[in-house]
Design a binder for this molecule. Structure first.
Ligand code: 13P
Ligand code: SF4
Length: 336
């Protein structure tokens, strides 16, 4: 068992996380987390892909844009980010004076990993006349190489805010980029990245499900492949999918995104049926393995010990802040 009083605790944590700390099983984690929030003036921000218990204890649940906006406006001293690393990093970029905690530092993102900054810089240097729009699912190093950041809920408006003849590189998600190219008639140069969770949905199995549930609407995240998006009745960010599922008159939905979102869908529309879109193999691949590294136990421990904390190089932070702020300004202009 890790010794939390050991002076090397922080480095132990970096290597192994909180995994081998034994917690008293009688602790009421929900009550303890609420107590810690008050004691430390901490806010818990959670993404829709987090496990249900974490969503239920969060002060705010949202998509990447909503979470960035909340991180920008909060007056809490500590931001506890129940999401993945790039999300917590974005909160830190916007709030250098605040402590930003992530329950499990290993909560990465396959899409972010598909764009190493050094490789991307070499690509960008070959296209000096292009502006770079980068999806928020990327590292601070990538953000620092970008002109504007976007999320799945504002990508279209961000692209359309630029002159029609402006050459653009879009990174790292080729599926979102292709979807926006189609919607806007642009011809952005796409980086070849993708999300391991959203690329796994099976069009064949969705088609079979549609035959068994003919009235069900297919709703999909734009990180899915073109073939899946082409059969979707609605394509949008996690917040967009949730809103659509509440407002549309359909009673059944086949949901092509990470399965964590079903918790809020079911909570907000208890009478409706939500069917997770099946992956093209037998495993539970529509669970994001990174998002699901965070647990209620780790959330509690991270708030108690104020570790692991997000830190970064100041020069990268300053360079990465500009394109995020540009995104937030354009989003506000569009009322997003
Ligand atoms: P949203 O911004 O739509 O919540 O997407 C985040 C994400 O990681 C999708 O895989
Ligand atoms: Fe990254 Fe995909 Fe997980 Fe979203 S679902 S955090 S894009 S790996």
């Amino acid at each position: 068992m890790a010794d939390i009083h050991n002076e090397n605790f922080e480095s132990l944590l970096k290597q192994k996380g909180f995994l081998d700390i034994e917690l008293d099983p009688t602790i009421d984690l929900f009550a303890e987390i609420e107590k810690l929030k008050k004691e430390k003036n901490a806010i818990v921000l959670a993404h829709y892909y987090q496990e249900p218990d974490i969503q239920d204890v969060a002060d705010y649940i949202g998509d990447s844009l909503g979470l960035s906006q909340k991180a920008q406006s909060t007056d809490a001293d500590i931001i506890v980010f129940a999401g993945v690393h790039f999300m917590a990093e974005t909160a830190k970029i916007l709030n250098p004076e605040k402590k930003v905690l992530l329950p499990d530092l290993n909560a990465g993102c396959s899409l972010s990993d598909s764009a190493p900054p050094a490789l991307f810089k070499a690509f960008k240097d070959k296209h000096p006349d292009h502006l770079v729009i980068t999806y928020i699912n990327c590292s601070a190093g990538m953000k620092a190489l970008s002109d504007i950041i976007c999320t799945s809920s504002n990508a279209r408006q961000i692209v359309e805010s630029l002159p029609a003849d402006q050459p653009i590189i879009f990174a790292p998600d080729k599926n979102l980029g292709a979807f926006i190219n189609k919607k806007t008639g642009r011809n952005m140069l796409l980086w070849n990245g993708a999300c391991m969770v959203h690329e796994i949905f099976s069009l064949e199995k969705i088609t079979k499900l549609k035959i068994r549930h003919p009235k069900a609407k297919v709703i999909a995240h734009p990180e899915c492949e073109e073939a899946v998006l082409s059969v979707a009745d609605y394509v949008g960010s996690t917040t967009g999918l949730l809103k659509y599922s509440q407002e549309d008159s359909a009673q059944e939905f086949i949901v092509a995104t990470e399965a964590g979102i079903l918790h809020q869908m079911q909570k907000n529309s208890p009478g409706k049926t939500f069917i997770p879109a099946p992956p093209n193999n037998a495993c539970a691949c529509n669970d994001c393995p990174y998002m699901k590294l965070n647990t209620l136990e780790k959330l509690y421990l991270c708030m108690k010990y104020e570790l692991p904390e997000i830190t970064m190089d100041e020069a990268i932070r300053v360079a990465a802040k500009k394109p995020i702020e540009r995104m937030l300004e354009i989003s506000a202009r569009y009322g997003l």
